[in-house]
Design a protein around this ligand. Structure first.
Ligand SMILES: NC(=O)CC[C@H](N)C(=O)O
Length: 304
């Protein structure tokens, strides 16, 4: 497969001028990102990798971080985790509070904010220094010791993060949060602020395409069963109330973030990351989704 040719074709065909969405602004710092940015990176099981555009530039990974924290929580709790968070698509926006009331504080899945905040509670409760351990985890699986939090983005989200703070308080009132609210949201805002490139993300997500093993070293980090569960959740819940559309258009398990990144994987085959900060109404990268649709169409490879 000539991946470089396919990526070059996508780069030639598409431009930020073709999409009408907006860069996220409810986190003030994200509104400063240049809407012209566009990059893509593919990592393959044979360690070859291909890219175009701004694929080596760091951006705020936001909700993509929820996949890393889920992996860490599954390593700590195994199947007991599912007593605290469910595994169903929500069909609601990522930051919705409504289902919690009639579902007794058990979030629909770990990729909506409510679910990710319960995962944050678990990590804050069980780890001595969760921020340090998350950084170590991400640096280890990418082999990049320079990955770090963007403290300006974390502070910007904290200053305006009323909904997430409300979510933790509400879930705590319903009995599904153990720790204090402040350290949970502090950890969550930091995980969302992780600054990574498409290159970093496609390499990190090879873990999920490679049955839980780091591509470079073959070290086993996750059990195959854990990887199966995480990939299933990415397929059904990775794009909030657009999960069906992403499956329909692209046909890969994946995860998006409001920084405009999307990562998707094909089990045993490849991992692909794309970044364009212009979001559609559902909070997913508009150009990113189109680029991935072209990618699975031109390669003829999706999970379906
Ligand atoms: N979908 C997202 O990327 C949302 C992440 C963002 N930090 C929030 O909690 O609102």
């Amino acid at each position: 497969m000539d991946y470089q040719h396919i990526l070059d074709t996508i780069h030639d065909e598409m431009s930020y001028r073709d999409v009408k969405g907006k860069v996220a602004s409810y986190i003030p710092e994200l509104a400063k990102v240049d809407r012209k940015k566009f990059g893509m990176h593919v990592y393959c099981g044979d360690k070859q990798h291909f890219c175009f555009g701004d694929s080596k530039e760091n951006f705020s990974i936001q909700s993509i971080s929820k996949v890393f924290t889920l992996a860490m929580a599954m390593r700590l709790m195994g199947e007991d985790l599912w007593d605290r968070v469910d595994v169903e698509p929500s069909g609601d926006p990522f930051n919705s509070l409504t289902q919690l009331e009639y579902e007794s504080g058990i979030p629909r899945n770990p990729f909506i904010n409510a679910g990710a905040l319960v995962i944050s509670d678990i990590l804050v409760d069980q780890l001595d220094d969760p921020k340090k351990e998350l950084l170590e985890f991400v640096r280890h699986i990418t082999g990049d010791p320079n990955i770090d939090y963007d403290k300006t983005v974390a502070a910007s989200e904290k200053a305006t993060g009323y909904r997430n703070i409300a979510l933790v308080n509400y879930i705590k009132a319903l009995g599904n949060i153990k720790c204090d609210v402040e350290p949970i949201v502090d950890f969550y805002f930091h995980q969302c602020s992780l600054a990574m490139s498409c290159e970093d993300l496609s390499k990190a997500f090879m873990l999920f395409a490679n049955r839980g093993r780091i591509l470079d070293t073959n070290e086993k980090i996750l059990k195959p069963k854990t990887v199966k569960r995480i990939n299933a959740l990415m397929q059904t819940c990775g794009f909030y109330d657009e999960a069906g559309e992403f499956s329909f258009q692209v046909g890969l398990p994946g995860k998006s973030g409001v920084g405009g990144g999307i990562v998707a994987i094909h089990p045993k085959n490849y991992s692909v990351a794309v970044w364009s900060p212009i979001l559609n109404e559902k909070g997913n990268s508009e150009l990113g989704m189109k680029a991935l649709e072209r990618f699975t169409t031109l390669t003829g490879v999706s999970v379906f």
